[in-house]
Design a protein around this ligand. Structure first.
Ligand code: ADP
Ligand code: ADP
Length: 224
């Protein structure tokens, strides 16, 4: 099942081309990394795939739906964890996830079940009534991932998902990402290679706005 088809995607900021001729596709069950240094164009690409940033050129289809023609129905298939998610430290995990479920258009009677399910999938069974502000960074990131999957999207996009976490939290979040990859398609952006080897089935290296390399991790690990 093809979840993303992206053709010649491009984005300019004024005279500066931040993303150029990006084409790729993604199937369910894949965890695809966009690896590249800061400024390579990863966040701009993520933001275009989620419909948060208008492309200057090119096309994106999500689950077969043209994102530019039918943004609302395409976006319903996408969950997103931005690099700097807004935190609501004074809300409980349940309150925050219920709020994001409503934002995603879930009917009131479905919210409780969706919150419980997202919590269970993200290892937050015991944290429902905790205040977000009282959680560790690692658990806050689990909450970030839980809100990204609250509406059971086909595609999950994670922008630098382990930045700022300690090594144990990094390991736990990476394990969670691998689990998500079994049911969803996952795209993540990162500037660190170990993130790719630990979590991804496929990598695309981005440099100065272009995809300069792509391969399956299995091929890289066997050295071809
Ligand atoms: P990455 O996520 O790989 O660090 P970005 O997509 O954030 O890359 O940035 C790619 C390029 O686009 C950089 O040169 C950055 O300075 C530029 N850029 C990003 N956002 C904006 C913006 N809102 N206005 C102008 N330039 C931007
Ligand atoms: P638990 O199951 O953690 O003991 P409760 O039985 O109090 O907690 O129910 C928690 C459930 O409340 C969550 O799983 C969530 O689905 C639901 N819920 C729905 N709306 C809200 C809300 N506005 N605030 C808090 N929780 C909500």
């Amino acid at each position: 099942e093809t979840l993303v088809e992206c053709h010649d995607l491009g984005r300019d900021y004024g005279q500066h081309t931040a993303v150029d001729k990006v084409s790729f596709s993604l199937s369910r069950g894949e965890v695809l990394a966009f690896l590249g240094p800061n400024g390579a164009g990863k966040s701009s690409t993520m933001n275009m795939l989620t419909g948060c940033l208008a492309p200057s050129r090119g096309s994106v289809r999500i689950a077969g739906i043209d994102l530019l023609e039918s943004p609302k129905s395409a976006k319903a298939h996408v969950g997103y964890l931005p690099e700097h998610p807004p935190l609501y430290p004074e809300l409980t995990v349940n309150e925050y996830l219920a709020f994001t479920a409503r934002l995603r258009g879930l009917r009131r009677e479905k919210v409780r079940q969706a919150v419980a399910r997202a919590r269970a999938r993200c290892g937050l069974e015991a944290q429902g009534k905790r205040l977000i502000g009282h959680l560790s960074r690692g658990y806050q990131q689990r909450v970030g991932i839980a809100q990204a999957i609250i509406h059971e999207p086909a595609l999950v996009i994670l922008d630098e998902p382990t930045v700022g976490l300690d090594p144990i939290q990094v390991r736990e979040i990476r394990a969670l990402i691998r689990e998500l990859g079994q049911d969803h398609g996952v795209i993540l952006s990162t500037h660190i290679l170990p993130e790719v080897t630990a979590t991804c089935s496929r990598v695309q290296i981005m440099f100065r706005g272009r995809l300069v390399y792509e391969d399956h991790m299995a091929a890289i690990n066997r050295g071809h």
